[in-house]
Design a protein around this ligand. Structure first.
Ligand SMILES: [Zn+2]
Length: 256
């Protein structure tokens, strides 16, 4: 396996905490800070000291633990320049396409406006890892709270272009509800049927469904499948643009 250990756990009700640490250097980052107490417990359990916090966006369920963790570990807090006034204790702010270094691994910042206007995701290029916050979920995408459907569509297009073997960690465990929605739109698609079944089995045992692989999302996440002919037909939108298909799906999901 790669150079990193990744520890993945549920906090609050359905947020994911993710801790990534370099096996050699010991440098350790948490993606977002949903719950300081649980993140701290996980750090202690694995004998790790937090050196970095990578923040994806300003929502309280992603930043509430920053103050405690910064105070306890003196970690470097990195987050989006566009939300710097709404995220506490940022040491470094970053913009689209900027690179930062984590333990010798280049991380590309990708701006993904839509869920919030300043939302960013962290792409560990060499390691094929993506921390997608609330932009992409397993078989779903984030609600569009601040941006436009066009912005969210374009943000997801950026993710689609990454290597299909990218492993993706997301901000929430929403997979079952997402899979049910997707199956309601394309009930006869075998990839979707199979995945819904797998997710049901996992969730019945209260197990995590994440991380996911981009390749699996390309086959089962309708929000990345706007060019799929059977989807267009099903929505009765054969002449529509991909962006229009995306927008229709997002609206349907909001009302599902
Ligand atoms: Zn959010």
């Amino acid at each position: 396996m790669g150079k990193f250990n990744i520890n993945h756990f549920i906090c609050r009700s359905d947020n994911y905490g993710v801790i990534i640490s370099d096996k050699n250097s010991g440098l350790t980052a948490s993606i977002d800070a949903p719950d300081a107490e649980i993140i701290d417990q996980e750090l202690k359990r694995n004998d790790l000291k937090l050196t970095h916090l990578f923040i994806t966006h300003k929502h309280l369920d992603h930043i509430e633990g920053i103050e405690y963790l910064k105070d306890k570990y003196g970690c470097t807090v990195i987050g989006p320049e566009k939300e710097k006034d709404e995220i506490p204790l940022l040491d470094i702010t970053v913009i689209d396409e900027e690179y930062i270094d984590f333990s010798g691994s280049p991380i590309k910042i990708i701006a993904t406006p839509g869920h919030t206007l300043g939302h960013i995701i962290y792409h560990f290029e060499q390691d094929n890892l993506l921390f997608a916050g609330d932009t992409l979920f397993l078989m779903g995408c984030g609600r569009v709270f601040e941006g436009t459907h066009r912005q969210m569509f374009e943000s997801l297009e950026k993710i689609k272009k990454l290597s299909p073997d990218t492993t993706i960690y997301c901000g929430h465990e929403y997979s079952l509800a997402n899979a049910k929605f997707v199956a309601s739109i394309l009930p006869d698609n075998n990839n979707i049927k199979k995945r819904l079944h797998e997710i049901e089995l996992l969730r019945n045992k209260n197990k995590h469904t994440l991380p996911t692989l981009l390749n699996d999302e390309l086959k089962t996440n309708l929000f990345l499948m706007s060019d799929n002919p059977s989807l267009k037909k099903k929505l009765d939108m054969s002449d529509a643009t991909e962006e229009e298909i995306f927008s229709e799906l997002r609206t349907k999901k909001d009302n599902f």
